[in-house]
Write a protein that binds this ligand. Sequence first.
Ligand SMILES: [Cu+2]
Length: 66
Amino acid sequence: MTTIKIKGMSCQHCVMAVTKALGAIENIKDVRVDLQKGEATFTELKPVDRRQISERIKKAGFEVVN
Ligand SMILES: [Cu+2]
């Protein structure tokens, strides 16, 4: 299980957008987004490039903080 910090989420729509953005990345499964903590957790079936994750999150309008 991988956990990343995400900046900029303020409501359930943000949660949906982040969940969708992460879920669309190959080899990422079981995405859970915690709005209050500003975190997303997911399973990597194979190691996923962190830069790719950051880019997808950015495209969705948010920012990875790690
Ligand atoms: Cu929102």
